[in-house]
Ligand binder design. Structure first.
Ligand SMILES: Nc1nc2c(c(=O)[nH]1)N[C@H]1C(S)=C(S)[C@@H](COP(=O)(O)OP(=O)(O)OC[C@H]3O[C@@H](n4cnc5c(=O)[nH]c(N)nc54)[C@H](O)[C@@H]3O)O[C@H]1N2
Ligand SMILES: Nc1nc2c(c(=O)[nH]1)N[C@H]1C(S)=C(S)[C@@H](COP(=O)(O)OP(=O)(O)OC[C@H]3O[C@@H](n4cnc5c(=O)[nH]c(N)nc54)[C@H](O)[C@@H]3O)O[C@H]1N2
Ligand code: SF4
Ligand code: SF4
Ligand code: SF4
Ligand SMILES: [Mo]
Length: 887
C-alpha cells in the first residue's frame, strides 16, 4: 500500500488506502453505512442513494466519493435518516412480502438496511401496496429471477456488463420498471452465459440459485479449465451442493464461469465408479481392492521396458502425475509416459523452450487488465477460459486495443479493434507478415533486440523474402489489415499475446508458436508486466502434469534425459536406473497397434474420443494384452479395459494443481469418495508396493509433494504450509522466494541468457480437394467439457448444448440445400458421421465447425493423426471433409 489516508467518520479517525471511496473505507473499518446498490465487484452507481452522508455540511453519496485526507464525515443524522427512511419505504412498498420463505432471509441487504433504520415489520406491512405479481423468469436451469423481490439496484445489470454478456437491462418505466433481457424475453433466449455472477451479487432474494444451501464450505480449486479459479465448495450431507468464487483470489477475484459455479455436481452422480471392476468373460464384475491390486501387480510384472506405456492425466494432481511417471520409469523401466498436453500445448512447450528457454505462460492472467494491447490468436477464451476472457474484455473497456486472429467470429473478435479472419492453418504467414511490417515501419525495439536476443539478422532476412501478395492470397486477409494490426501491436506497450488451440493444433503448430514468440521479441514485449507470450493452458492441471515430467522426453521440472547430473539425481532418489526417451502419445497408440506395446495404464483420460482417428485407436486398444483404466466414471475407453479402478475426484482428495499462470494451488478434501473409490496417488502407490518397490510408501499427498520439491528446483520453495495461505507462481526456489508473476525479467533460461529468433519452417495444412471440398474445424463449447465424462453428469448443461451442432455458413447451407436442424453426413478420408446443422455467419464460407464433446457423433473419427514433426501435435484444427444432406 502506498501511504494511507486518515479521516474522521462520526468523530472517529479511520484509515483508508488511496483510491478507496468513503463507503469502502467505512466498511473496511467496520462502520456500517446503509447501502443497496453498492457492490465491490462493479463500478459505483449511486442509484439507491441510501449511502448519503454529510461532508462539511453537504450531502454526498459515500459510494461515489473518494476518501480524502482530513475529511470529516457524518454517517447519520436526523436529516440523513429521514431521507433514507423515505427511500427504503419506497423500495419496500414494491417488494414481495414472503421474507420467511426467502432463501436470502438473514443475509439480505434490504433486511439489513430496514433493521438499521428501525423500520419495523408493522411499518413494512402498512407500507406494502398490492404487488403487481410479475411472473418469475424460471427459464434458466441454474437460477430464478423473482421480479417481486427486486429493489432495482442495477447491480446485476452492471456485473453482466462486466462479464461481457450484456444480457439484461432496465426495462419499462416508472412503476413498471423491471430488469429484463432484451425485448423482455426469457433469460434463456438472451446472450446470458449463465455465469451466475448476477445471482451472487444480488443484495436481496430477487436472483436465487436452484441449489441447496451448503452446511459448510471448503476452499479449493475448480477442476475444469487451466484458469484454476479458486472456489468455496459448498457441501451438505456428504454431497457437493454449491460453489462460490474466492474474492481474495488473485486468479479469479471472486468470478466464476458456468461450469465452475454450477457444473460441479458430477461428483455426486450415482454413475460414479465405486468399486474396482475386472472383466470376466467379457463382462465387468466388482472386486475388492486386494484382488484388483494383486491381479494388476502380477500381470504388470510380465511386461517391462518399452512393452509398457502409461497415460497420465491433466485432471489429476501434481502428486499423482509425479507418481505415475515415477512408477512408469522406476518400477516398469519404461520411458513411455505422456498425456493430453501432446494434443494441446506440446508445440508451445517445444517452441517456447527453443526460443525463450521455458515453455510456460510468461505472465499472469490478471496482468491482462493493464495491457495496452492484447493480441488474441486462435483462442475462444470467453468460452474456454472464461475468467481470462473477462479480463480481456475488462481491459478493452479500460482502453486496451484488442487484435484477434481467428477464422470464426467469437465474443472476443466482436470486441476487437481488428479481427483478422484468416483461413485455417495460415497463421504463420500472417504473423510473419506482421513482423515484416513492424520492421518496414521501424517499430521494432532495437535496444531489446541488441541486448537480449540472438539470431535477428537471419530472421530479418527471412522476413524480406516473404511474397506479400502470396500472404494475402494464402491467408485471405487484406494486407492493409495486417499492416494496421502490426502497427497497433508494436506501438502500444505493454502488449500481451494470448493464444491457444487455433495456433497449436496444426501440423506446423511449433512454427506458429515460434512466429508469435519472434513477434514478442521483436517488440521487446517480454520480461515486463502485462506483456509476454501466453499459451492459455487448457486442463486444470496440464501445466502441472508437464512440470511433473509426465512427458516422454523430460524428467520432473523439465530436467533433460540428456543431462547426466539430472539422471544421477533421479536415479539416486528413486533407487533405479532412469530409462531413456519414451514414445509420445500418438506413437504409443501406433506401437500398441503394431504389438510392440502390450500393456497400458491410463489414468484420467478418454483417448477413445479425444485422440485423432479413433478408428485406429480402437484397433490399438483391442490389440493390447492388458489395459488398465483409472477414472471417476466408466468412459468409452474404460469399456475396453481389463481392469477399471475407481478414483476419487478433486473434491475428495488433497493435493496441488498448477494453473496456466504457473500458480501452484492447494486442493482440499471436502467430502469422502463414493464407495471404495480412492485417490489416484493411493492406488498407484499400492500397486507399486505390491510389485515390490520400497519407494512408494506414501500415506499422504503432502509426503509426495515434499519429495517433488526436493527434486524440482522451481518448486523448491513451496510447501503445503506456505500454499495454505494462497497459491504461489513458480519458479519459487526458496522459502523466502515469493514466486514469479512474470518470467524473463533479466535473462532467459538459455545458454548465454539470451532469447533466440528462430526462423520457422512454412507448412500449410492439407487443403480442400474436389472430393473433400470443405474444411472442418474442431473445438469447444462453453457448456460442455471434452468427452463429457463430467459435464454429461451435470443436469442443466444439456439445455444449452445437448447434441452436436455442425456450424455452417449460410452460403454453404444454401448451396447444399440444408436448413437449420437438418441432418448431414460428414465424411473425411478416415471416417464418416451424421450430425445436425446450425446455420450461422460465425463460420466462414468453405469451413464448418463442430466440437468433439459427443460420443454419438465423434469428431475424431474424421480427424487425421498426421502430425507436427517437432512436437508430435496432430492437425486437429483442419480436416478436409465432404458434406451430404441426409435426405
Ligand atoms: N467449456 C470448455 N472449456 C474448456 C475446454 C472444454 O472442453 N470446454 N477444454 C480446455 C482445454 S484442455 C483447452 S486446450 C482449451 C482450448 O481452448 P481454445 O483453444 O480457446 O478452444 P478451441 O475451441 O479448441 O479453439 C479456439 C479457437 O481456435 C480457432 N481456430 C481454429 N483454427 C484456427 C486457425 O487456423 N487459426 C486461428 N488463429 N484460429 C483457429 C477456432 O475458431 C476457435 O475459436 O479449453 C479449455 N477449456
Ligand atoms: N478433434 C479434436 N480433438 C481434440 C481436441 C480438439 O480441439 N479437437 N483437443 C485436444 C485437447 S487440447 C485435449 S486437452 C484432449 C483432452 O482429452 P482427454 O484428456 O482424453 O479428455 P477428458 O474428457 O478431459 O478426459 C479426462 C478424464 O479424466 C477423468 N477424471 C476427472 N477427474 C479425475 C480424477 O481425479 N482422477 C481420474 N483418474 N480421472 C479423472 C474424467 O472423468 C475423464 O474421463 O482432447 C484433445 N482432442
Ligand atoms: S448469469 Fe451472467 S450472463 Fe447471465 S444475466 Fe447473470 S451476469 Fe449476465
Ligand atoms: S435482481 Fe437483484 S441485483 Fe438485480 S436489480 Fe434487482 S435487486 Fe438488484
Ligand atoms: S474459468 Fe475455468 S477454472 Fe474458472 S470457473 Fe470457469 S472452468 Fe473453472
Ligand atoms: Mo487441452
Amino acid at each position: 500500500m502506498t501511504g494511507t489516508i486518515k479521516f474522521k467518520i462520526d468523530g472517529e479517525w479511520v484509515e483508508a488506502s488511496p483510491g478507496m471511496t468513503i463507503l469502502e473505507a467505512a466498511l473496511a473499518n467496520g462502520i456500517y453505512i446503509p447501502h443497496l446498490c453498492f457492490s465491490d465487484v462493479t463500478e459505483p452507481f449511486g442509484g439507491c442513494r441510501l449511502c448519503l452522508v454529510e461532508s462539511e455540511g453537504r450531502l454526498v453519496t459515500a459510494c461515489e466519493n473518494p476518501a480524502e485526507e482530513g475529511m470529516n464525515i457524518v454517517s447519520e443524522s436526523g436529516r440523513i435518516n429521514r431521507i433514507r427512511r423515505n427511500t427504503v419505504s419506497l423500495i419496500i412498498t414494491n417488494h414481495s412480502r414472503d421474507c420467511l420463505t426467502c432463501r436470502k432471509s438473514g443475509d439480505c441487504k434490504l433486511q439489513e438496511v430496514a433493521s438499521y433504520l428501525d423500520v419495523s415489520e408493522d411499518d413494512l406491512e402498512r407500507l406494502r401496496m398490492d404487488l403487481k405479481d410479475v411472473p418469475p423468469d424460471d427459464s434458466n436451469p441454474f437460477f430464478i429471477r423473482d421480479h417481486d423481490k427486486c429493489v432495482l439496484c442495477g447491480i446485476c445489470v452492471r456485473v453482466c456488463e462486466y462479464v461481457g454478456a450484456e444480457a439484461i437491462d432496465f426495462a419499462y418505466r416508472g412503476h413498471d420498471t423491471k430488469i429484463a433481457a432484451f425485448l423482455d424475453r426469457d433469460i434463456m433466449d438472451s446472450p446470458c452465459v449463465s455465469c451466475g455472477e448476477c445471482v451472487e451479487a444480488c443484495p436481496v432474494g430477487a436472483l436465487s440459485p436452484r441449489t441447496e444451501k451448503p452446511s459448510s464450505e471448503v476452499k479449493t480449486v475448480c477442476p475444469y479449465c487451466g484458469a484454476g479459479c479458486e472456489i468455496h465448495l459448498g457441501v451438505r450431507g456428504g454431497r457437493v451442493v454449491s460453489a462460490r468464487g474466492v474474492r481474495e483470489s488473485p486468479v479469479n477475484r471472486g468470478n466464476l464461469c458456468v461450469k465452475g459455479r454450477f457444473g460441479l455436481k458430477f461428483v455426486n452422480s450415482p454413475e460414479r465408479l465405486k468399486k474396482p471392476l475386472m472383466k470376466v468373460d467379457g463382462r465387468f464384475v466388482e472386486v475388492e481392492w486386494d484382488e484388483a491390486i494383486k491381479f494388476i501387480a502380477e500381470r504388470l510384472s510380465e511386461y517391462g521396458g518399452s512393452e509398457f506405456a502409461a497415460v497420465a492425466s491433466a485432471k489429476c494432481t501434481n502428486e499423482e502425475n509425479y507418481l505415475l511417471q515415477k512408477f512408469t520409469r522406476a518400477v516398469m523401466g519404461s520411458g513411455n509416459i505422456d498425456h493430453c498436453a501432446r494434443l494441446c500445448h506440446a508445440p508451445s512447450v517445444a517452441g517456447l523452450k527453443m526460443s525463450l528457454g521455458s515453455g510456460a505462460m510468461t505472465n499472469s492472467i490478471d496482468e491482462l487488465r493493464d495491457a495496452a494491447c492484447i493480441l488474441a490468436v486462435g483462442t475462444n477464451a470467453t468460452e474456454t477460459h472464461p475468467i481470462t476472457g473477462y479480463r480481456v474484455l475488462e481491459a478493452v473497456r479500460g482502453g486496451s486495443r484488442l487484435l484477434v486472429i481467428d477464422p470464426r467470429i467469437t465474443r472476443l473478435s466482436e470486441a476487437a479493434d481488428i479481427h483478422l479472419r484468416n483461413r485455417p492453418g495460415t497463421d504463420l504467414y500472417l504473423i510473419m507478415a506482421m513482423s515484416r511490417f513492424i520492421i518496414e515501419e521501424e517499430l521494432q525495439d532495437t535496444d531489446f533486440i541488441g541486448s537480449r536476443t540472438d539470431g535477428f539478422d537471419e530472421f530479418r532476412e527471412e522476413l524480406f523474402k516473404l511474397d506479400l501478395d502470396e500472404v494475402q492470397e494464402i491467408t485471405g486477409v487484406p494486407l492493409e489489415d495486417i499492416r494496421r494490426a502490426a502497427r497497433i501491436y508494436a506501438s502500444n506497450s505493454p502488449a500481451s499475446i494470448i493464444y491457444s488451440m487455433g495456433v497449436t493444433q496444426h501440423v506446423n503448430g511449433t512454427g506458429n508458436v515460434l512466429a508469435l514468440s519472434n513477434l514478442a521479441l521483436l517488440t521487446g514485449n517480454i520480461g515486463m508486466p502485462s506483456a509476454g507470450i501466453n499459451p492459455l493452458r487448457g486442463q486444470n492441471n496440464v501445466q502441472g502434469s508437464c512440470d511433473m515430467g509426465a512427458l516422454p522426453d523430460l524428467l520432473p521440472g523439465y530436467q533433460g534425459l540428456d543431462d547426466p547430473e539430472a539422471l544421477e539425481k533421479f536415479s539416486r532418489a528413486w533407487d533405479s536406473e532412469i530409462p531413456d526417451y519414451g514414445k509420445i502419445l500418438p506413437e504409443i497408440f501406433e506401437d500398441a497397434a503394431g504389438g510392440r506395446i502390450k500393456a497400458m495404464y491410463i489414468m484420467g483420460e478418454n483417448p477413445l474420443l479425444s485422440e485423432p482417428d479413433i478408428g485406429k485407436v480402437r484397433e490399438a486398444f483391442e490389440k493390447l494384452e492388458l489395459l488398465i483404466v483409472q477414472d471417476i466414471f466408466l468412459t468409452e475407453t474404460s469399456e475396453l479395459a481389463d481392469v477399471v479402478l475407481p478414483a476419487a475426484s478433486f473434491a475428495e482428495k488433497d493435493g496441488t494443481f498448477t494453473n496456466t499462470e504457473r500458480r501452484v494451488q492447494l486442493i482440499r478434501k471436502a467430502i469422502d469418495p463414493p464407495g471404495d473409490a480412492k485417490p489416484d496417488w493411493w492406488i498407484i502407490s499400492r500397486i507399486a508396493e505390491a510389485m515390490g518397490s520400497g519407494e512408494f510408501s506414501y500415506e499422504t499427498s503432502e509426503e509426495i509433494f515434499d519429495e517433488i520439491r526436493g527434486l524440482v528446483p522451481s518448486y523448491a520453495g513451496l510447501s503445503y504450509d506456505r500454499l495454505e495461505s494462497g497459491g504461489i507462481q513458480w519458479p519459487c526456489r526458496s522459502q523466502e522466494d515469493e514466486g514469479t508473476p512474470y518470467l524473463h525479467a533479466d535473462e532467459f533460461p538459455k545458454p548465454g541468457g539470451r532469447a533466440s529468433f528462430i526462423v520457422p519452417g512454412y507448412q500449410l495444412p492439407e487443403g480442400p480437394s474436389d472430393e473433400y471440398p470443405m474444411i472442418l474445424l474442431t473445438g469447444r463449447n462453453l457448456y460442455q467439457y471434452h468427452t463429457r465424462s463430467m459435464t454429461a453428469r451435470v443436469r442443466g448443461l444439456e439445455r444449452f448444448l445437448g447434441t452436436e451442432e455442425l456450424l455452417m455458413n449460410p452460403e454453404d447451407a444454401e448451396s447444399l440445400g440444408v436448413l437449420d436442424g437438418d441432418e448431414v453426413r460428414v465424411t473425411s478420408v478416415r471416417g464418416s458421421i451424421t450430425v445436425g446443422v446450425r446455420v450461422t455467419e460465425r463460420v466462414m464460407k468453405g469451413t464448418v465447425f463442430m466440437t468433439f464433446h459427443f460420443a454419438e457423433s465423434p469428431a475424431n473419427s474424421l480427424t487425421s493423426p498426421v502430425r507436427d514433426p517437432v512436437s508430435g501435435m496432430p492437425g486437429l484444427k483442419a480436416t478436409p471433409v465432404n458434406i451430404k444432406p441426409c435426405k
